[in-house]
Ligand binder design. Structure first.
Ligand code: FUB
Length: 327
């Protein structure tokens, strides 16, 4: 009996490996389940995606993560952050932002769908491994206050070439930015003494993202309502991380032959290459449930003049792009 079980298991593994080798494109969505607001990153020789678990607010009490060596085959890491490791969290765990710094991993998150006078907002959890478990670092939110009418959610942390960390965040149609300390655990006031500066571009709703290419700062954000079909992503290009950010146009939106509500994205750059992938969520054409959001990937390409080409959203996803082994 034991021998039969071992043979069955071995055949199962072999079959799985053969299937993985046969798969030529990622397909969209890239993994099963309702997952939104995906944050992509490359860390320790793997691609990573940290999404929101898309469910009613009261059920959003954990985060899963996914990793891949080739963008096509994804491994699930369950419950990298959960309520038991965040003392102040009671609902609506949203929009993770991940980064490696100071030889550890920082997972920023939004919690509680906070309103004036309540506890909640943007938190930070840390771990020694990308797959967690992550533990809340402060015992309270990093940003609890509502400043410039921006709900403290949807944070993105950007490290500029000079090593300075900036956080962009905000819901309710307002975007603030702040500087973070080098240990990433506190907000450093600007020269004028203020902690937060408003940088809201025209059309901005939520989901800010920043990247740098060719010395220019590409600022992107989501527009429209996340529950509806017209949710989308627009962008601006600036000479400085603080802007000004003038809206250029949309780069990601619904396609009536593929999906609706495409938005809240992030971008993965292949290390050392001028090659980019956009990770985003969208709603299948046949679905209207607000939480039926699935995480997808497509190519992000630039024109000769540095502007971004509108993304073609696909069912195929992207081809294998294997990361070089780390020495
Ligand atoms: O997933 C929860 C919320 O939906 C996010 O914070 C928003 O950006 C929207 O995607």
């Amino acid at each position: 009996m034991k021998r039969i079980m071992i043979i069955t298991l071995a055949l199962g593994c072999l079959f799985g490996t053969v299937e993985a080798k046969k798969k030529k494109t990622s397909g969209n969505p890239i993994f099963e389940g309702w997952y939104a607001d995906p944050e992509g990153a490359v860390m320790d020789g793997r691609y990573w995606v940290f999404p929101t678990y898309s469910a009613p607010f009261k059920e959003q009490l954990h985060l899963d993560a996914f990793s891949s060596r080739d963008l096509v085959n994804w491994e699930k890491h369950e419950r990298v952050l959960e309520k038991k490791n965040v003392p102040w969290l009671w609902q609506a765990l949203w929009a993770p932002a991940i980064l490696k710094a100071n030889d550890r991993f920082y997972l920023f998150f939004s919690g509680n769908d906070v309103h004036e006078g309540e506890v909640g907002g943007i938190g930070v959890a840390v771990s020694d491994k990308p797959e967690g478990p992550y533990v809340d670092a402060l015992g309270k939110p990093l940003i609890n206050e509502i400043v410039n009418d921006a709900q403290p959610i949807d944070q993105f942390v950007f490290r500029d070439d000079d090593g300075q960390y900036y956080m962009y965040y905000g819901g309710w149609g307002h975007c603030n930015m702040c500087r973070l300390s080098s240990d990433l655990l506190s907000v450093m006031p600007w020269e004028d003494g203020q902690k937060f500066h408003e940088i809201t571009p025209d059309g901005y709703v939520e989901g800010p993202f920043m990247m740098k290419r060719g010395g220019k700062y590409y600022f992107m954000w989501s527009e429209g309502g996340w529950t509806g079909p017209d949710y989308c992503v627009a962008y601006a290009i600036a000479d400085s991380p603080t802007g000004p950010f003038r809206r250029i146009g949309k780069i990601l939106q619904r396609d009536e032959s593929v999906a609706r509500g495409a938005g809240h994205h992030s971008v993965i750059q292949v290390p050392g290459k001028d090659e980019y992938y956009i990770i985003y969520h969208r709603r299948p054409l046949s679905e209207t449930d607000e939480n039926h959001r699935a995480t997808c990937i497509d190519k992000l390409e630039f024109n000769e003049d540095g502007t971004i080409r509108p993304v073609k959203i696909t069912f195929e996803g992207v081809k294998k792009r294997t990361l070089k082994k780390q020495r």
